[in-house]
Design a protein around this ligand. Structure first.
Ligand code: ADP
Ligand code: ZN
Length: 395
């Protein structure tokens, strides 16, 4: 604040928030583990940490009040999806330092649902309990939901009709409308988006409503802005940019103008559901996830959107980018469903051709496609890894 020349007197209305400097992941790393906390450790009731694949993780601390607000945010989402205390909620997000498991758990608990805390993994047991206890609401990453659905398809003793599932609560990673339709059909559910991040709270910063037309952000707790990631200036309402949050109720680790790196836009028009909370569009991806291949910007979610249009594929994909002789290579492994894979070669070639044409028209660049055996792409129990950018290890 001193560097930016801002004093408390400068802040008279919410618009003055623009005078405040941004916070970024690197600030939280620099003050690892707890130097950004605003409450003394004796008032901290729980810690979580984000994955921190490179270097130190980011540690978040929550007071009792923070945990209550967080549960309230998740409970609002679940309520918007039509979940009530009559529901049996299976939490297949990982429990532990990751905010997904305990976040969904506390939100469902606040409503009074029966919570089944399976955590992620052990898929056969998950499905057995889902069937035997009559789970009605499944919370997990969309990629794990796809894996669960595939496993159910291959399980002779369980048919989706035998399950009582009706609601899916999917988030923690980007997913497309195509993925939504696939999951809704396979699992006989309505699939809803839930959004959040550890630095701001956890899952439940916002969620969709029954209209599935944008994620309502709980503005009374999290003040959202969209900025141009280059100029750092606010963009016009409705324009795409980087999502920034200021927490309004957090005591343990409040953040001011935290740059999420998530790219989306805000929708100010009133939603038909009657909720007044602003909505955001589906997240395109994190700016860090954007691949620049031969000068063209590519988001994995764009690849997913095309792949999910094709009924012949399983929905699993893996992108490999490399640089050979100073030229970027762009390869995508795609699985065909067993019925099609066993088909004659011309089906495979035709699918490949169709996918290739669609990808070129959407991405503006031609990938090399590899149709691989069903089941050969590694399944994820949590957040899926869709990309290997080998250029990162070269200079
Ligand atoms: P990490 O940074 O280690 O992945 P988090 O679990 O806090 O830790 O991840 C939060 C990030 O996950 C968000 O910033 C966003 O990129 C992604 N995310 C969470 N929910 C969604 C969602 N519904 N749609 C798209 N991306 C999401
Ligand atoms: Zn709504």
């Amino acid at each position: 604040m001193d560097e930016a020349g801002v004093t408390p007197d400068d802040i008279q209305s919410i618009d003055d928030i623009r005078k405040l400097p941004f916070m970024q992941k690197k600030d939280l790393r620099e003050y690892y583990p707890t130097d950004t906390f605003a409450a003394p450790i004796k008032d901290i009731a729980r810690f979580h940490a984000s994955s921190g694949t490179t270097g130190k993780p980011i540690v978040a601390g929550y007071t009792v009040h923070d945990l209550e607000c967080w549960a309230e945010g998740v409970a609002r989402c679940l309520t918007a999806y039509g979940v009530t205390r009559e529901d049996i909620v299976q939490v297949s997000y990982g429990y532990g330092l990751f905010t997904g498991g305990l976040g969904a758990h506390d939100g469902a608990g606040k409503i009074g649902c029966a919570v089944l805390p399976t955590s992620s993994g052990n898929t056969a047991k998950q499905i057995m309990l889902m069937k035997d206890l009559g789970t009605t609401c499944l919370c997990c990453t969309p990629s794990y939901a796809l894996f669960l659905a595939e496993t159910i398809e291959n399980e002779p003793d369980v048919r989706p009709e035998d399950l009582k599932l009706r609601v899916g609560v999917f988030g923690a990673e980007p997913w497309t409308e195509g993925m939504r339709h696939a999951l809704e059909q396979k699992l006989h559910i309505r699939a809803y988006d839930i959004y959040g991040l550890t630095e701001v709270s956890g899952p439940g910063v916002g969620g969709e409503c029954e209209f599935q037309n944008g994620t309502h952000l709980w503005e009374d707790m999290f003040y959202p802005e969209i900025i141009d990631p280059v100029t750092l200036q606010p963009v016009e309402d409705g324009k795409e940019g980087e999502l920034v949050f200021t927490t309004l109720t957090k005591e343990g680790m409040p953040v001011i103008r935290y740059r999420t790196r998530d790219l989306t836009r805000l929708i100010r028009e009133r939603c038909e559901c009657g909720r007044t909370a602003v909505r955001m569009d589906k997240i395109l991806g994190r700016s860090d996830d954007m691949l620049i291949i031969r000068g063209v910007n590519v988001f994995p979610s764009q690849v997913e959107a095309v792949i999910m249009e094709m009924p012949e594929v399983t929905g699993q994909y893996f992108i490999t980018v490399d640089r050979v002789n100073n030229i970027d290579t762009f390869d995508i492994d795609i699985e065909l469903k067993p019925d099609y894979y066993g088909d004659n070669l011309s089906t495979i070639e035709r699918t490949k051709q169709q996918l290739s044409e669609r990808l070129v028209s959407v991405l503006g660049i031609k990938p090399t496609l590899h149709i691989v055996e069903p089941g050969s792409i590694e399944r994820s129990m949590g957040k899926a890894k869709h990309v290997n950018d080998k250029r990162k290890f070269k200079n």
